[in-house]
Write a protein that binds this ligand. Structure first.
Ligand SMILES: [Fe+2]
Length: 333
C-alpha cells in the first residue's frame, strides 16, 4: 500500500490498484431489520432479484459506536465488501487537522478493513465549529497548496490513499482562478489521491453555476476515479439542492453513462439519505444502474415543480444537515 501513498501520482492507475466492487448502497439503520430478517442474503438468481454487491458506511456513524450499529456492521462486513465514507475530515479548512478525528478513523479502519476510505473536497467548519455542511473551497493556487499538504499528511497517517469526492456547491468564489476540474486534476496529480466522482453533484453544481456537466466529466483524471455516486436532487427553480431524497433523474443517468464509458466498471454506489424507501425499492433503483450500462436510459427528467398557488415553497435542506439532524433525533430518542 505504501507505494501509492502521498506524493505525485504513480504511473499505475489507482482504479487498477483497487478492487472493482460492482453496485452498492449505503448501510442505513432503517434497513437493519429488513437485512436481518432476510439473513443479509441479497444475492439471488439475477432473473429473480437484483443484487447488492457492496455497502458504503458513513464513518462517523460507527466511530465510538459499539452497540447495535456496530453489530450490524460486523454482520454486513462478514459477507460484503465495505467502503468507509466520511463527512468530517474538513480537508480544506484552515483549522489544524483534527488528529483526534483522524485517530478515531484509523481505529475504525483497522476494524472494518474497508476497500478504501473517502471524504469530500470541502471544509466543514472553522475555529473548532462543525457546520455539518460540506462547504466549497476557492480554487486558487494557495488553496491547492494548502489542500495538497493536508491530503499528504492524512495519507501518511492512515498509510493509504484518500479518495476525495467532488462537492455539490451553491456558490463560487470570485478569487477562484481555476475550474473545479483543474483543481481536482492538480490535487490528484500532486498527492496520488483518488477521486470519488459524484455524478449527481456534477449535475447539481453545473446547473447552479451554468457550466457544461459533460465537459466537467470529460476533463477529470479518469485513471484516478475509483468510485461513483448516484443520487436524486431537488429542483428549486433558480437552483438545485443535493437532497439525496428521491429517485435518480434521467439527466444524471445520462451523465453516468458518459462517466462509465470513460471509466468502465467503476464501482457504483446509490446514495439515498432522506425519505429513504424500503430496502427492495432501494435495490430496484440501484438496478437501474445496470440498466443504464446495458444501453437503456432509465428515470424521468427532473423539472421544476412550482408550489400550488397560495402555497409557500417547501423548505429544502442539503443532505449533511438532514443526515445529522436525523442522527441527533435518533440519539435523543
Ligand atoms: Fe456523494
Amino acid at each position: 500500500m505504501n507505494s501509492i501513498v502521498s506524493g505525485p501520482a504513480p504511473d499505475v492507475a489507482l482504479a487498477d490498484a483497487l478492487p472493482r466492487l460492482g453496485f452498492g448502497v449505503g448501510l442505513r439503520n432503517c434497513h437493519y431489520e429488513w437485512l436481518l430478517k432476510n439473513d443479509l442474503d441479497l444475492t439471488h438468481e439475477p432473473s429473480q432479484s437484483p443484487q447488492v454487491d457492496w455497502f458504503e458506511i458513513i464513518s462517523e456513524n460507527f466511530m465510538d459506536n459499539h452497540g447495535f450499529a456496530r453489530y450490524m456492521l460486523d454482520r454486513v462486513r462478514e459477507r460484503y465488501p465495505v467502503v468507509m465514507h466520511g463527512v468530517s475530515l474538513s480537508i480544506g479548512s484552515s483549522d489544524p487537522l483534527n488528529r483526534e478525528y483522524i485517530d478515531g478513523l484509523k481505529v475504525l479502519i483497522d476494524h472494518v478493513k474497508p476497500a478504501w476510505i473517502s471524504d469530500h473536497i470541502c471544509w466543514t467548519g472553522i475555529a473548532g465549529v462543525n457546520t455539518h455542511d460540506l462547504l466549497p473551497l476557492p480554487y486558487t493556487e494557495a488553496s491547492l497548496r494548502h489542500v495538497v499538504q493536508r491530503v499528504n499528511e492524512v495519507q501518511d497517517i492512515l498509510q493509504r490513499p484518500l479518495i476525495l469526492e467532488n462537492p455539490s456547491t451553491y456558490l463560487q468564489f470570485k478569487s477562484s482562478d481555476m475550474s473545479e476540474w483543474q483543481f481536482i486534476n492538480a490535487l490528484c496529480e500532486e498527492t496520488g489521491c483518488g477521486l470519488l466522482l459524484d455524478v449527481n453533484n456534477v449535475f447539481v453544481s453545473a446547473f447552479n453555476h451554468g457550466y457544461d456537466p459533460e465537459h466537467y466529466i470529460r476533463s477529470l483524471p479518469h485513471d484516478r476515479i475509483v468510485q461513483m455516486h448516484l443520487a436524486g436532487p431537488t429542483h428549486c427553480g433558480s437552483h438545485m439542492i443535493d437532497t439525496h431524497d428521491t429517485e435518480v433523474p434521467r439527466q444524471v443517468w445520462k451523465l453516468y453513462q458518459l462517466a462509465q464509458s470513460l471509466v468502465p466498471d467503476c464501482s457504483t454506489l446509490l446514495e439515498w439519505d432522506a425519505n429513504i424507501p424500503a430496502f427492495p425499492v432501494l435495490v430496484d433503483e440501484l438496478n437501474k444502474a445496470r440498466q443504464a450500462l446495458s444501453g437503456e436510459l432509465p428515470g424521468t427528467d427532473l423539472e421544476y415543480q412550482p408550489p400550488a398557488s397560495g402555497q409557500a415553497a417547501p423548505t429544502v435542506v442539503s443532505t449533511p444537515i438532514h443526515h445529522n439532524l436525523q442522527v441527533e433525533y435518533a440519539e435523543s430518542d
